[in-house]
Ligand binder design. Structure first.
Ligand code: GAR
Length: 217
């Protein structure tokens, strides 16, 4: 049985599209059962609909505060009974209502712990690093602080601007995300403090991101 994956997006959804393409092969081990957005007009929503995948939008502005938005989002996610939630270009911070309930992973366009936050590519360029990249990590209750699952490097070239560098990062990050989601789905994982090992977990439910947070306390 394929693992049920809910993908959260805010924009183009190229990472989400790569997951949809990979999941077309039943041997991949995961299928995208829903795509959610936090705003109207996220381009990836149209792509998901065209592929026949259920979509939902939980707009931040429709809720009185962050906790209630998070709770509403968690309810929408739960309707699709995910085994794994993938934050793929989702530009909002998930709270305990979400990360305490499901295992959640995120793709970030920098080599964490360097350059967390919403402007990772800009910040890496401004700092003058020669190598940057992308990270897939479990989401805990901090901002880009959860245990690292995998990373890929990208060289900063002379003359790069935010757009050219981000495009090169995007070209490699999606392959890593597809690989990680497939391996998590097929093989499971275990956590030893901050250390993630991909592979069989033995009997029992997969850990949630709250378990991840507690292991790190
Ligand atoms: C990706 O590069 C992802 O790493 C980044 O947003 C982009 C979304 O692209 N995420 C963050 O910056 C999270 N802080 P996509 O919508 O085409 O998948």
């Amino acid at each position: 049985m394929s693992a049920r994956v809910v993908v959260l997006i805010s924009g183009t959804g190229s990472n989400m599209a790569a997951l949809l393409d990979a999941a077309a092969d039943p041997a991949y081990g995961a299928r995208v059962v829903a795509v959610g957005a936090d705003r109207d007009g996220a381009g990836g929503i149209d792509r998901a609909r065209a592929a026949g995948v259920p979509t939902f939008t939980t707009r931040f502005a429709d809720h009185p505060d962050r906790a209630r938005w998070n709770a509403a989002l968690a309810e929408r996610i739960a309707e699709h009974r995910p085994d794994l939630v993938v934050s793929a270009g989702f530009m909002r911070i998930l709270g305990p209502e979400t990360v305490g309930r499901f295992p959640v992973i995120n793709i970030h366009p920098a080599l964490l712990p360097a350059f967390p936050g919403a402007h990772a590519v800009r910040d890496a360029l401004a700092y003058g690093v020669k190598v940057t990249g992308a990270t897939v990590h479990f989401v805990d209750e901090g901002v880009d602080t959860g245990p690292v699952i995998d990373q890929v490097t990208v060289r900063v070239e002379p003359g790069d601007d935010v757009h050219t560098l981000h495009e090169r990062i995007k070209a490699v990050e999606r392959g890593m995300l597809v690989d990680v989601v497939g391996r998590l789905a097929r093989d499971g994982w275990t956590l030893d403090g901050r250390h993630v090992r991909l592979g069989p977990t033995g009997p029992g439910p997969l850990p949630t991101s709250r378990d991840v947070a507690e292991e790190n306390r």
